[in-house]
Design a protein around this ligand. Sequence first.
Ligand code: 3HC
Length: 707
Amino acid sequence: MNPLVRFEKQGNIAIVTIDNPPVNALSPGVPEGLEAAIARANADADVIAVVVIGAGRTFIAGADIKELEFAAWGQPAKLPALHDLLAHIEDSAKPVVMALHGTTLGGGLEVAMAGHYRIAAPDGVMGQPEVNLGIIPGAEGTQRLPRLVGVEKAIEMCVSGKPIPAKGALAAGLIDEIATGNLLESAVAFASHIAQSKTPLTRTRDRNDKLGTPEDSGELFSAGRALAGKLRRGAIAPLMAVAAIEAAVNFPFDEGCRRERELFAQCVASDQARALIHAFFAERGVAKVPGITKDTSVHSIAKVAIIGAGTMGGGIAMACANAGLQVLLRDSQRESLDRGMATIRKNYDVSVTRGRFTAAGVEERMQRIHPQMDYAGFEGADIIIEAAFEDMAIKKAIFAEIDAIASAGAILGTNTSTLNIDEIASVTKRPESVVGLHFFSPANVMRLVEIVRGTATANEVLATALAFAKKLNKVGVVAGNCPGFIGNRMMFPYMYEAQFVVEEGATPEQVDKALTEFGMAMGIFAVDDMAGIDVAWRVRKALGHFSEPGVRRPLVQDKLFEMDRYGQKTGRGWYTYGADRKATADPEVVALIRSMSAEAAIPQRSFTSGEIVERTVYQLINEGARILEEGYALRAADIDVIYINGYGFPARLGGPMMFADQAGLAKIAARTADFHAEFGQRWKPAPLLVRLAGEGKTFRDYDAERA
Ligand code: 3HC
């Protein structure tokens, strides 16, 4: 008996249960088990219909991504060949009813669509999320989905990768019924009814009525390609998905399937698939932290207290309220508190306008946030998060105060983006309870939280911080306590190098264009303007950047600061900003750069986009390698998760370290050495980069060796 697929009978209905925890992926054994179960049901004279259902939390959540990873890296992989199985399900003489709950995704939906009927639990979701992994549906999903939901909806689902809820699936024709009570009972009743009423069975492959003609669909395909460009700039897979759906319209089913298989094979062998599959496992790997096991106790968090109602404090308050937590939001200044609450209200109102939340949902969230000027109630908070000004003296004063009032088990978090956690913790009598919680702005939107482990931070506190991030629907990555932690420590050399490049002849606009074409969500000058040139100035001073004699220092940023050009907040920075907050190149800034460069006798030259990317992104990689070797990042993959989720690095490149792996460490090390020879100390190649390049290895190998 196949342990992954059970066969039972309930009266004259065969119940086929897939039991492959945690998510019933189509790992080796599952397709075989399903195949055998369908055959057995057909051979059993007593059986009149079949129900296929998932054990545990979900129906099938897709192909086994571990096998896809092997395939992507050109290693032997056991990818399920589902063609025959799906044909046998469709050809079954007895009705096959798929009972769907949880997440019916990818290959799971493809199996479900081969059934004659689908019935779903009300909270189930269904989708083809393959594009998230750089691939397209590979088990005929691009051929059956448009037959069930029509071409337009199929394109939308395959290009966006977003699952749809049961209600939407019913409206679209993807499922036939939503179960009202117990799913299995409903499915059995449904199957009995179909069998007894002798309703003729229709194979999905034969349902051509929603496909339309190539002529009708031309515009839909153009719109699909435009959507792909909009949602996933530079990604190959969504375009391939559109092409595969086009084949469904243009060719008979079997020919369409052949075309899908070819496109799937091209995608799976691509750099993008390797990068995105890496990103999938990297995100799930961040919770593996030395000192934390399944048995590490995790405090439950229901009540959060936040200090500082500014941009960060307000955003964190929203993230907590969205997760159903009670929030005390304190600011010592009445004006700041009122402004903070007004901003929260305004941001929520925008989400109602955009249809993200209902007005009632927003009221509930607002009710969870209690503005106050004192510390009343802080003694009942499970976690206190300081989100005050980025200034060590201010933070220390606050920590001394909260140490006196927080309950014994409370976690004391600081939202510092650069400062020393140990020094902040030193003013408390419980440094083991102190942890860095570096949220990214806007904190209600951005998924990343850097969780900074101080020397004394207790394992339970770290484990609770990770669980807290998860509760907020964010990804928490543990970082060591070095200046700037992981993300910002890497960002400084990247940002300064971009400034050197403009001093040598490029413009901020040209650099930002090169970086966004590379795939960054924003150029670095636009980022500097958004984060605030004044903030960067303060951080620079606090961390003592350029204090060593003889190091090259960027010339223009201090000048912009002196000119009160702080960026978006003052309407002028590296760019100028109108009411729409759109950046416009400012000739005055370019003239300033040129005159300061001339004064400093910096030779001028022109740059290609490729050179700009090398000069800037290789700084990220070199600093990342240093951080990794020094142990401030646990894995290269953690750095990638940070850069994808907090700094707008394109997921399709897998993060800076995976990008380096795929570009070739030998190439990166050689260019870094060239820059070192040309520019000196700041380009000194990181020893780890040099070593791995010399050994013909990758950062991925480094992670694997240490796992
Ligand atoms: N294959 C292998 N492992 C998987 C998996 C899959 N399809 N989906 C999830 N897992 C693993 C995760 O790696 C994780 O393992 P870990 O505990 O060892 O870290 C575990 O299952 C639990 O996953 P999550 O932590 O993500 O749990 P959540 O409850 O937050 O989310 C989920 C569950 C929504 C199913 C989410 O895991 C997910 O989105 N999975 C990917 C689904 C997907 O992309 N399916 C399509 C695959 S490609 C495909 O089917 C190709 C086909 O067309 C041929």
